[in-house]
Ligand binder design. Structure first.
Ligand SMILES: Cc1cc2nc3c(=O)[nH]c(=O)nc-3n(C[C@H](O)[C@H](O)[C@H](O)COP(=O)(O)OP(=O)(O)OC[C@H]3O[C@@H](n4cnc5c(N)ncnc54)[C@H](O)[C@@H]3O)c2cc1C
Length: 472
């Protein structure tokens, strides 16, 4: 049984229930706001015992060292926009909220580096970079709430990953606290640093199971002068994949995003989100393309000529090109409308699959046969990265998921491309990672989190309870 949570300088709320460990340590009895219970995955979490909101790495270290001593479990929360239950509270857990780690971005324009608190939202950081003519190359639909720390912890992807890589590639260094309370500080923004193990990168993508990220040194790029966006109508997802190599060859480094929407999702999103369907006639699939570079007019002309070629061969049925930044936003609203439409549905099972790109058509047709008795899935995603958002209507059905994930593994894919394992996919991880790798992950976890107090049950299953000592 865990004992009382720690007293800390960090601000905190408690759940207000007298007699819990939390209340024995504080006079505050404010009930914990319901927002701290879960993330955006749609499954309700438990009320936390308390919410601790550290202001610094030192606060975090103090909290984590005490939790190791008292063996009390805690869950880290950034913006709670995660889609795999990583930040969702389990009974008896304390929340470690990073909402006060909001050190404003400090930008070195010469080095192209931003130092910023992990609790700062992506959108604010992007705006701060833009104000100096620089570009933070990461984006996602939840940009107003998702925090930079959460994005590093989940190694977030998003549409720009096609050109700039995932969030890992944007992180030059970080300050963080390992689960045992050890502070690591690699914020000097060195482009090259081979002085031993890279403990900062060690925390990226580990979903808060090994440590808490408190500050980041982020790489900034020169801001593109402008962008052009097009949305194209095609017969099918297969046709969309034929388009991809033409875009890569014709557009090279100008290609910043290549997003697939398989019908009937766009039609449904247009209806529910009040968006205008962009094409004259309905199509089987749509691809949204963005180019961004030094000369928007020339870049737009290049995009237009590549699309004209594809229209001539009959690969494209229709194409709509932006003529202004307002048009770009309108076209992107169609893609983002798909996410919002799905999040508004009463129950969905949201999968973000990663596949080798050539395997996508055969996976989609095999999966359609496998799920022939189910309501058809909605499919969209970051096509250029082989990342499909595959959304099954209804609540998760374990048997269906096991069959689908086994099929995915046979096509060389893995069960999550960007949203992470969280709580919700732990049971399925062995379907795409060998036992020896899972055992190695558990040894790493135990090395920095001996009492398994930080984000337990996320990514890896809870350890078996320690049994009685063996007979002599
Ligand atoms: C509309 C919408 C669109 C989205 N689009 C995308 C997309 O295109 N690509 C994509 O990758 N994701 C997407 N997401 C998912 C989500 O926004 C990302 O996973 C994001 O990185 C989560 O950040 P957060 O701050 O909200 O983290 P949270 O949800 O709070 O936490 C996520 C995980 O990280 C841990 N964590 C959070 N902060 C820290 C920290 N500082 N240190 C250590 N661990 C931490 C948590 O414990 C949890 O396990 C989308 C979500 C929504 C709602």
């Amino acid at each position: 049984m865990p004992s009382a949570p720690p007293r800390s300088n960090a601000w905190h709320e408690t759940n207000g229930e007298r007699g819990t460990g939390a209340n024995t340590l504080t006079s505050a009895t404010t009930p914990v706001a319901p927002r701290y219970r879960d993330d955006a995955s749609g499954i309700p979490g438990a009320p936390p015992l308390a919410v601790l909101a550290p202001r610094s790495a030192q606060d975090c270290a103090q909290i984590l060292s005490t939790l190791q001593r008292t063996r009390h479990p805690c869950v880290v929360q950034g913006g709670r926009t995660g889609l795999s239950g990583g930040a969702r509270v389990r009974p008896q857990e304390i929340v470690l909220s990073l909402e006060r780690l909001t050190q404003a971005p400090e930008i070195d324009p010469v080095a192209g580096v931003m130092i910023v608190g992990a609790g700062v939202a992506l959108e604010s950081a992007r705006q701060a970079a833009a104000a100096q003519g620089l570009f933070l190359a990461a984006d996602l639909g939840a940009r107003g709430s998702a925090t930079l720390g959460g994005m590093a912890a989940t190694n977030a992807g998003g549409p720009l990953a096609l050109r700039y890589g995932t969030f890992r590639q944007q992180v030059l260094g970080l300050e963080g606290v390992l689960a045992d309370g050890t502070i690591i500080c690699r914020l000097d923004g060195l482009a090259k640093d081979n002085s031993g193990y890279d403990l900062g990168q060690f925390l990226i993508g580990t979903e808060g199971t090994l440590g808490v990220i408190t500050r980041l040194a982020l790489r900034l790029h020169p801001a593109p002068r402008g962008r052009r966006v097009a949305i194209c109508a095609l017969d099918s997802a297969d046709a969309a994949l034929t388009l991809l190599p033409l875009l890569r060859t014709g557009l090279g480094a100008l290609l910043t995003a290549c997003e697939l929407i398989v019908e009937p999702l766009m039609t449904a999103a247009c209806t529910s989100q009040n968006l205008r369907y962009p094409f004259q006639a309905h199509c089987g699939a749509a691809v949204l393309i963005e180019v961004a570079g030094p000369d928007p007019d020339a870049d737009g002309a290049r995009l237009e000529s590549v699309l004209a070629g594809a229209l001539e061969t009959g690969l494209l049925r229709d194409a709509v090109l932006s003529a202004s930044e307002a048009d770009c936003k309108r076209l992107w609203a169609l893609r983002e409308g798909c996410s919002h439409h799905l999040l508004d549905l009463p129950a969905i099972t949201s999968l973000d699959l990663s596949l080798p790109i050539p395997a996508i058509p055969s996976f989609l047709s095999d999966a359609a046969m496998l799920l022939v008795d189910q309501t058809a899935p909605f499919v969209f995603g970051h096509m250029g990265d082989g990342n499909l958002h595959y959304i099954l209507p209804g609540k998760p059905d374990t048997q269906v998921l096991v069959r689908l994930f086994k099929l995915l593994a046979r096509h060389g894919g893995v069960i999550t491309a960007e949203h992470g394992v969280g709580l919700d996919k732990v049971a399925y991880l062995p379907l795409c990672r060998p036992d020896a790798e899972l055992a190695a992950m558990a040894r790493l976890k135990a090395a920095v989190d001996p009492h398994w107090i930080l984000n337990p049950g996320r990514v890896l299953p809870d350890p078996l309870p320690a049994g009685p000592p063996p007979d002599p």
